[in-house]
Design a protein around this ligand. Structure first.
Ligand code: TIU
Length: 232
């Protein structure tokens, strides 16, 4: 970069401009794993139409590439449990009436279990060397993961979120981050829900009351802010 630059960039965002120094900012991609966006995984086992989520993949890819081009720090998360389910509270496994429960064998291997085919990040957004990959047993990225300590050791103060689903793992992670003192931005067209109304409500509530949880902007707005900083 430009990653050496300490100058803050201003991004056109809602409810007002989001200021960030790229070298102190991590791009956090929540749970873009096959379990949520492909048939046969956890998302579908809960009764959801997973096709809806795939629409964000191209813009999410474009933002990831732009962020990599300026040398930015990247964190990928996966919702994942240990094969012995020792990190899966019975309440989480037993809730509701899904066709397949966490740990059951589905078309992409055991549902939501680390190492299984369904638990892998989708090919379009594969992590590359140097990027952090966090397996998280909860909906939030900070619970039982050590993520906060890792971000602190990299001097990170700002987080830019993408991924699925907006009102579940993304919003939970943003709220956890907010309570730990990070300034959070959610990219509107790089996050999706199985329920469009829940996505819309989440975007509203994140930026309500003067960015109480954080800011929102489009992926293109972030890419525009980064473009002048891309090395030749
Ligand atoms: N069910 C649902 O919308 N989401 C999850 O269970 N996990 C994530 O959001 N990753």
């Amino acid at each position: 970069m430009s990653i050496e630059s300490t100058q803050a960039l201003a991004l056109k965002a809602r409810p007002f401009a989001y200021l960030f120094q790229p070298e102190r900012t991590a791009l956090v991609i929540i749970d873009m794993q096959r379990d949520f966006v492909e048939p046969g995984g956890f998302g579908e086992s809960l009764g959801n139409d997973v096709a809806l989520l795939r629409a964000i993949i191209p813009e999410t890819q474009a933002v990831l590439q732009a962020w990599r081009d300026v040398g930015g720090f990247v964190v990928h998360t996966r919702e994942a449990h240990r094969p012995d389910l020792g990190d899966c509270p019975p309440a989480k496994r037993e809730r509701g009436n899904p066709r397949l429960r966490i740990g059951d064998v589905g078309p992409m291997g055991r549902i939501l279990i680390a190492g299984e085919p369904g638990n892998q990040i989708i090919p379009e957004l594969q992590p590359v060397a140097g990027e952090l990959v966090i397996d998280k047993p909860g909906k939030g990225a900070f619970y039982a993961t050590g993520l906060h300590e890792m971000l602190q050791s990299h001097g990170i103060s700002h987080l830019i979120f993408m991924g699925v689903t907006t009102e579940v793992c993304v919003q939970t992670s943003m709220r956890e981050a907010n309570d730990r003192g990070y300034d959070c931005l959610l990219l509107e067209d790089c996050t999706e829900s199985y329920f469009p109304a829940y996505k819309a409500a989440t975007l509203e509530m994140v930026r309500a009351q003067g960015a109480l949880v954080g800011w929102t902007a489009s992926g293109a707005q972030l890419r525009a802010a980064l473009a002048p900083h891309k090395p030749e």
